[in-house]
Design a protein around this ligand. Structure first.
Ligand code: ADE
Length: 232
C-alpha cells in the first residue's frame, strides 16, 4: 500500500515513520510512505503558503495555489491518483470502519492543514474526503495524519505479523465490540487474581467468557458516553 502525506512540516514525520512497526513494514516493502513538503510548490522569493482571511478574522489560511499544485503533482506520480483525504476538524469522524475502508485501498493521499485551515477553494477544486479524528482542534493535521497512518498500516496484511490480532481488535468485526479485560503474568497482583476461566485451558469457555466481557465493556462505554453527553 502507498500512503502520501502532504504537509508544511515534513520533519514531524521522521521519527514516527522510523518507529518499530512502521519502520519494519516499510523496510519489508509492505508500505510505501512518502512525505511531500507543500512549500516546495509555493511561488516567489518568500515561498509564501499562507495569507490573512478575506473579511477579517484571526490567523492565517493556507492559500489554494500551492496546496492544489502539490496534490496534483503527487497524484500524477505513481500508478493511480489514490483516495484523497483532507484532515480537518469539520470532516466526518474517523472510526474503525473508515480505517478498514482506507486499508483496502491501493493508495491514500493525506493533506495536512495548519494555521486556521485551508482556503475553501482547495475543497471545491479537489473534492477530498474530509476527515476529523475527533471533536477538538489540533494545531495542524499532522498528528491526525499520523493517527490514520498508524491505524491503517496495522491492517495491511503482513504488517502485524499476526493478522489474527487485528481481527480481534476492539471495534473490528461484525459486532464492533470493544475488547474486554486481558491478563498476563503474574497470576496474582496486589491481591487481584486472574479470572479462573482464563487458566482453565477450556477454549470454548474462554471464548464465551471473552465475548460476554466484550459485550459488557461495550455497553458500559456506551452508557458512560451517553451520560457525559447529557451532563451540562
Ligand atoms: N486539524 C485540526 N484539528 C483536526 C482534527 N480534530 N481532526 C483532523 N484534522 C484536524
Amino acid at each position: 500500500m502507498r500512503i502520501d502525506i502532504l504537509t508544511l512540516f515534513p520533519g514531524m514525520f521522521t521519527g514516527f515513520l522510523e518507529g518499530s512497526l512502521l519502520g519494519a513494514a516499510r523496510a519489508r516493502g509492505l508500505l510505501d510512505v512518502r512525505v511531500t513538503d507543500i512549500r516546495d510548490f509555493a511561488e516567489g522569493v518568500h515561498r509564501q503558503v499562507d495569507d490573512r482571511p478575506f473579511g477579517g478574522g484571526p490567523g492565517m489560511l493556507l492559500m489554494p495555489g500551492p496546496v492544489v499544485d502539490c496534490v496534483e503533482s503527487v497524484q500524477r506520480a505513481g500508478a493511480a491518483p489514490g483516495h484523497l483525504v483532507m484532515l480537518t476538524p469539520g470532516g466526518r469522524r474517523l472510526d474503525q470502519a473508515t480505517v478498514e475502508e482506507f486499508a483496502r485501498r491501493e493508495r491514500i493521499v493525506l493533506m495536512c492543514g495548519r494555521y486556521e485551515g485551508f482556503d475553501d477553494r482547495v475543497r471545491q477544486t479537489l473534492h477530498p474526503d474530509e476527515i476529523s479524528i475527533g471533536d477538538f482542534v489540533l494545531s495542524g493535521g499532522e498528528v491526525a495524519a499520523m493517527v490514520i497512518v498508524d491505524a491503517v498500516s496495522r491492517l495491511v496484511p503482513g504488517v502485524l505479523g499476526d493478522d489474527e490480532s487485528a481481527r480481534q481488535d476492539s471495534f473490528s468485526g461484525a459486532g464492533r465490540l470493544v475488547e474486554g479485560p486481558q491478563y498476563t503474568r503474574p497470576r496474582e497482583f496486589r491481591g487481584l487474581a486472574v479470572p479462573e476461566v482464563l487458566l482453565s485451558g477450556d477454549h470454548r469457555r474462554i471464548a464465551a467468557w471473552r465475548h460476554e466481557q466484550a459485550v459488557a465493556a461495550t455497553s458500559r462505554r456506551t452508557h458512560v458516553s451517553q451520560t457525559e453527553r447529557s451532563t451540562p
